[in-house]
Design a protein around this ligand. Structure first.
Ligand SMILES: [Zn+2]
Length: 139
């Protein structure tokens, strides 16, 4: 039987996210593991930051426990990075009315693509310095 991250206990993700968040400048954020699946069925996870707050809800793919430790760690770091970049998304949203629908759609989609690529690159480098989702007693 393949090893499952946190022995498939989804409730333990929140504790792991808190450890990562404390290393990532997010000590004062509220981090919630959502019971919902990611909006995009192809995504391993997604993050929803509540506007104007330091509250982030993270949704994981139902098969999260079968990920490799490194892949799961990367997904967690990537999603937590969305907390730092949420104000950029809010700034883009402010352009909707003055730009109009077509220009706004292009700007938003382009910004989203660039953001996701940047977050993946940052998560790849930063993850190497952060704890994996297992502790010694779980191996
Ligand atoms: Zn993302």
């Amino acid at each position: 039987m393949a090893k499952k991250i946190f022995k498939n206990d989804k409730g333990r993700i929140a504790g792991y996210l808190r450890i990562l968040a404390n290393h990532m400048g997010l000590r004062d954020w509220t981090i919630v593991v959502s019971d919902k699946d990611p909006d995009n069925p192809d995504a391993e996870a997604c993050a929803i930051v509540t506007y104007g707050t330091k509250y982030i809800a993270i949704r994981f793919d139902p098969d999260w426990a079968s990920s490799s430790e490194r892949d799961f760690q990367h997904a967690c770091v990537h999603e937590l990075l969305h907390a730092h970049f949420a104000p950029m998304q809010w700034a883009i949203q402010n352009a909707e009315l003055p730009l109009g629908s077509t220009a706004y759609h292009i700007l938003r989609a382009s910004h989203h693509d660039a953001l996701e690529v940047a977050l993946d690159a940052i998560a790849s480098e930063w993850s190497a310095t952060l704890p994996l989702p297992y502790h010694k007693d779980e191996l």
